[in-house]
Ligand binder design. Sequence first.
Ligand code: PLP
Length: 372
Amino acid sequence: MSAFAYLDHNATSPLRPAAFDAMVEALRAGGNPSSVHRAGRAARSRVDAARRHVAALIGALPAEIVFASGGTEANNMAIAGSGRQRVLASAVEHDSVLKSAPDAEIIPVDREGVVDLAALERLLVRHGEPALVSVMLANNETGVLQPIADVVRLARQAGALVHCDAVQAAGKVRVDLHGLGVDYLSLSAHKLGGPTGVGAMAIRSGAPFAPDRRGGGQESNRRAGTENVAGIAGFGAAAEASRDGLAVEGLRDRLERSLLAIAPDARAFGAGAPRLGNTSCISMPGVKAETQVMALDLAGLCVSAGAACSSGKVHRSAVLAAMGVEDAVAETAIRISFGWNTDSDDIERLIAAWRDLYTRVSQSDIRQARAA
Ligand code: PLP
């Protein structure tokens, strides 16, 4: 058994061996893809190969892919580059969307975390200014999948453009830029077993885009700056390795069934909606998420409190709040997320540690109640 079980793939997924090898090769070879000599041409061909793999992962044309520094930059680029001043964003978007459109009109979600299409329709017709609608494909905390094709249909009727943050979906479920019909789609390498600090935005051919970086003409004048060749090579290898998606819902269902049998009052959030097979956002009644994360860490398990931010502090989950979950319950929710290297031993280990903690806390509650 390994020293610890890593069950926090939605935060970052460990580097896939193929990505590691591609990066080491690219780092050894060096070269600037804009140079015309052989070293430059070799670097260019690594970037081009990666572009083909990333495009194939999402059914895009290679020319529609713009490499960037990650999902955050891709989301920022799409929102600013669309040129639309009016933005409609769902209540459960990642901060990199919500903070780049601070005046966005918020599309509410239902109790399962699915966008309210009737509310979107009302917002779209409220006034005539052409909008950008930003709705993610899969939520990072709950894994809930959004009905993007319906969002696009409504947006098109109102002349709106559509951005879709597919950072958590790509490599887990099928993503098809043209099938979805969105104009902009964001990706991040490290969520699918590539390196951190690299991602991409796909821009559908014909969609408007105004770059806001000034510099060289890289990425067909859409994102200035010398490309992160090793990172992009690692992204390409990870994209290629994740083309079949993740088939882990069996593990997730077994986990949830076991935890709900241990604590029948526990709740699995978003379980009534279509969702990613790798994500479980589940509460342990009466036990704060931070306590669970620390106790599970001591037992050799890495999971997260749903809404840990960059400072590592745990904030109230805006996603669970938008789903109408009471604060006292949301505070007891942790996120468990699987990936390419998760196996059933990891799940058994988690079930055992979760049971241990829950039993310890319940017994001490009973002792306290008796003493009172
Ligand atoms: N969008 C979603 C849904 C995410 O979960 C994340 C990362 O947590 C991001 C965007 C940001 O991606 P990156 O870490 O590559 O900047």
